[in-house]
Design a protein around this ligand. Structure first.
Ligand SMILES: *Cc1c(COP(=O)(O)O)cnc(C)c1O
Length: 422
């Protein structure tokens, strides 16, 4: 598509957008606020607000403990199964549980225990820090010496695919990577990297936190063994909503949950004293699920399924391309760098723009310009596009205001010291 830099152009694109109506399914209370942080915390679907009020009043309020047999117990599997449809998995291969970090811990430790005799976990330095901390903890808990090979990206943007191919060898128990990386949005070729792992006899674990709901993935086609992901980003499940985990069916009997609890026990209400795991994926549950927070995931997932992942991806590509076009026109001359892959093929649904004054510009955007991006050290303003509700107008306005924050020197009144949550 040939983009234009004028103010009428985004209106035309919004009029042509077949997914535009989905924006009305979300709470948008501040029309002048440009929200480009749906990759950190998705917007609230109207239906989720209604559902939660109803559940509190009717289910918790009226049904009390009877609620467990009237749907609560089945929520983790039922909603997990729906997420499976977004990522190319069958419904009995995905379950909602815990947080992404805890799920990664359970799956990674289960995988390395299965892979006796191998001494290495391979990852990269673009991975999310929590993932790296979890892997370090897993290495300490393994019953044998296990070290982590953290393969460096050549430029901090692209995944080090060739170096990974070198690092993955016969001593590798597990390869654990983010499908779409959190800073640059580089997105791995899931099938190709999974093949590298399998050729060496290693298991492959994907963290889909930054891709699920924005980048289509097909875990079955890629023959991926394991995956985890977040539900409060592009799935719009709400702050701290529980995460999901995927275990390919043929691994479910072979791998054991290292945190054995009653929710994973076979016939749990027999209250037997010895742990015997449930034959289904439920054995990767541990304790009582947060019912309200789990239920809140479903309306957002329904919206994604209704829109269709291929349609969402097509819109997301066009929107990130438009954003990068405006960067070239307006921001590149002002010292902004593109800290994301230029080719959409390698890019997820956010774009990182670097600037020497990145932190101060980020502050001016939030406090003076009513734009919410987020900031990632050392220099990146990260602009997240959630194709379900981000409009072309949002992108045009964000870039126009970003340009003004620099040309009018608005950022100069902010200090260079960073604050807590960014
Ligand atoms: C957001 C994100 C997480 C979040 O983990 P929590 O356990 O929910 O805090 C983990 N990994 C990646 C790659 C993420 O993007």
């Amino acid at each position: 598509m040939n983009f234009r830099p004028d103010a009428a152009f985004p209106q035309t694109l919004d009029q042509q957008d077949e997914l535009a109506a989905f924006r009305r399914r979300f709470v948008v209370n501040e029309p002048n606020l440009i929200y480009l942080d749906g990759n950190s915390l998705g917007r609230l679907p109207h239906e989720t607000a209604t559902l939660l009020q109803k559940m509190v009043a009717e289910q918790w309020g009226n049904r009390l403990i009877r609620g467990w047999n009237e749907g609560w117990m089945a929520l983790s599997e039922r909603i997990g199964g729906k997420i499976g449809q977004l990522i190319g998995a069958d419904e009995d291969e995905v379950i909602i549980a815990d947080s992404t970090s805890v799920n990664l811990f359970k799956l990674a430790l289960a995988a390395v225990r299965f892979q006796h005799g191998r001494h290495k976990i391979v990852t990269d330095n673009l991975n999310f820090p929590s993932d790296l901390y979890i892997l370090q903890g897993v290495a300490q808990l393994a019953e044998r010496p296990l070290h982590i090979e953290m393969v460096p990206s050549p430029d901090g943007i692209y995944g080090p695919v060739e170096a990974l191919a070198q690092a993955i060898d016969q001593d590798t128990a597990l390869v654990a990577l983010s499908h779409t990386v959190f800073k640059s949005a580089y997105t791995y070729d899931m099938a190709a990297v999974t093949r590298l792992a399998h050729n060496a006899g290693a298991l492959m674990l994907w963290d889909m936190s930054h891709s699920v709901g924005s980048v289509p993935a097909d875990l079955h086609a890629a023959e991926a063994d394991l995956a985890v992901g977040c539900t409060y980003k592009y799935l719009n499940g709400g702050p701290g909503s529980p995460a999901f985990l995927y275990i390919r069916r043929d691994w479910q009997k072979k791998l054991g949950n290292p945190i054995t609890g009653w929710m994973g026990q076979h016939h749990m209400f027999d209250f037997k004293l010895a742990y015997q795991r449930d034959p289904s994926l439920r054995h990767f549950l541990t304790g009582t699920p947060p019912v309200l927070a789990t239920a809140a995931i479903e309306p957002g997932v329904n919206l994604l399924l209704a829109a269709g992942m291929d349609q969402l991806r097509a819109k997301s590509i066009q929107q990130t391309e438009y954003l990068i076009y405006l960067w070239e026109q307006w921001l590149r001359p002002l010292g902004f760098r593109l800290n994301s892959p230029r080719e959409f093929h390698w890019r997820g649904s956010h774009v990182s723009l670097g600037h020497d004054e990145g932190w101060r510009i980020d502050q001016a955007l939030i406090h003076d310009m009513n734009v919410i991006p987020d900031f990632r050290q050392p220099d990146s303003i990260r602009l997240g596009i959630a194709p379900l509700y981000t409009s072309y107008h949002d992108i045009y306005e964000a870039m126009r205001r970003l340009r003004m924050a620099v040309t009018e020197g608005l950022y100069k009144k902010y200090t260079v010291t960073t604050t807590a949550v960014t």
